[in-house]
Design a protein around this ligand. Structure first.
Ligand code: TRP
Length: 350
């Protein structure tokens, strides 16, 4: 496997309403990984349109949300010179490689995808074919760049396994041709998921057992990246808790999902461990902890929100970043695709 140098790829859908969960669970991790890895971060606009337009918001919203995710990446500290930042639809290989993978993946594999069942709901006949094919497009995203590591949330674990299955089956199905074309015994790497641990999973402020989500009908369930200081303070004040004071040890957070979540958010925002936070706040009432948490959140998020606003005022700059990133991404992905053409037997221009 060593012939594949370490490379990180991850994607975020431009579906609007970026919140603290996206920030702590994904974007902050993306920023950190830049110091150890060669990183590619993609705004997956082609994935966004797999659900009905009433959900993704239509063309104007898609453009705005694509720029918003890009602005959040940059504001949080993703360096678009060191890393590659681009939107998926600008690199046509994502679609082309999906077709080849459609012919490798089996119906039985896709029929087992939990997220399709959840998103399609009861009216499966009316789901788009794109929604069904979503995990295959995701495999193409990753493998077009021979990515070896993919940071994602727990909910994407099954999709990552499908990516691995597709890579393995492609390597097997075309083993002879792969060798003949000089690619040795594997064309694609078998990608490792880097699953976001529970420490960085942010739950709803109204129900500590549910993920913080943009689709929760209550805006009080989440902190949006664009919320102002007053809104942030008010949302934490109203956050669901239990009547007990905070425990001094991790053990005491068991069976207390809301307390666990707020301590986790404090830890995530301050870059400390939960046990460290409990050492400071053990014994404190929520009436004291919540304002401290709100202050910390405002202190950490206000500069990000401010920078996002500044960047979004200049969409030409953001589009320039995406353009440049797409050019660099295309150079890698086209080379992969030419290799796939050779391996599969597609005659192509040289
Ligand atoms: N499905 C991912 C999500 O909703 C987004 C995504 C698309 C992605 N392509 C990807 C994540 C490739 C990692 C790698 O979170």
């Amino acid at each position: 496997m060593s012939k594949f140098p370490p490379r990180v790829f991850s994607g975020v859908q431009p579906t609007g309403n970026l919140h603290l969960g996206n920030y702590l669970g994904a974007i902050v991790r993306f920023v950190e990984m830049q110091s150890t890895h060669d990183c590619i971060y993609c705004v997956v606009d082609m994935h966004a349109i797999t659900v009905p337009a009433s959900v993704w918001g239509g063309p104007k919203a898609l453009r705005q949300n694509t720029r918003e995710v890009t602005a959040a990446f940059l504001a949080a500290g993703i360096d678009p010179v060191k890393s590659i930042v681009f939107n998926q639809s600008q690199v046509s290989v994502h679609g082309e490689l999906t077709w080849v993978f459609n012919c490798v993946a089996r119906l039985g594999w896709l029929n087992r995808m939990i997220q399709f069942k959840e998103k399609a709901g009861k009216d499966r006949e009316n789901a788009s074919i794109g929604l069904y094919d979503y995990p295959v497009l995701m495999a193409a995203d990753i493998l077009a760049y021979f990515a070896t590591h993919v940071p994602v949330g727990e909910d994407q674990k099954q999709h990552l396994e499908l990516t691995r299955d597709i890579a393995i089956k492609f390597n097997n199905d075309f083993a002879e041709s792969i060798a003949e074309n000089g690619y040795g015994d594997a064309f694609f790497p078998v990608t490792e998921p880097l699953i976001t641990g529970p420490a960085t999973r942010v739950m709803s402020l109204r129900d500590g057992t549910k993920k913080m989500s943009k689709s929760d009908p209550s805006d009080y369930s989440r902190i949006n990246l664009t919320d102002d200081a007053d809104t942030i303070a008010q949302k934490f004040r109203k956050a669901k808790t239990d009547p007990e004071p905070l425990p001094s040890e991790m053990e005491g957070l068991k069976q207390r999902p809301e307390a666990d979540n707020l301590v986790g958010i404090y830890a995530g925002l301050s870059g400390r461990s939960k046990s460290d936070v409990l050492r400071e706040y053990g014994g404190a009432q929520f009436s004291a902890f919540k304002p401290a948490l709100a202050d910390l959140a405002v202190e950490m998020l206000a500069p990000v929100a401010g920078e996002m606003r500044r960047l979004l005022a200049d969409p030409g700059y953001i589009d320039g970043v995406l353009n440049d990133g797409a050019g660099r991404a295309r150079a890698i992905a086209e080379k992969t695709m030419d290799g796939v053409r050779d391996v599969v037997g597609f005659v192509h221009k040289t």
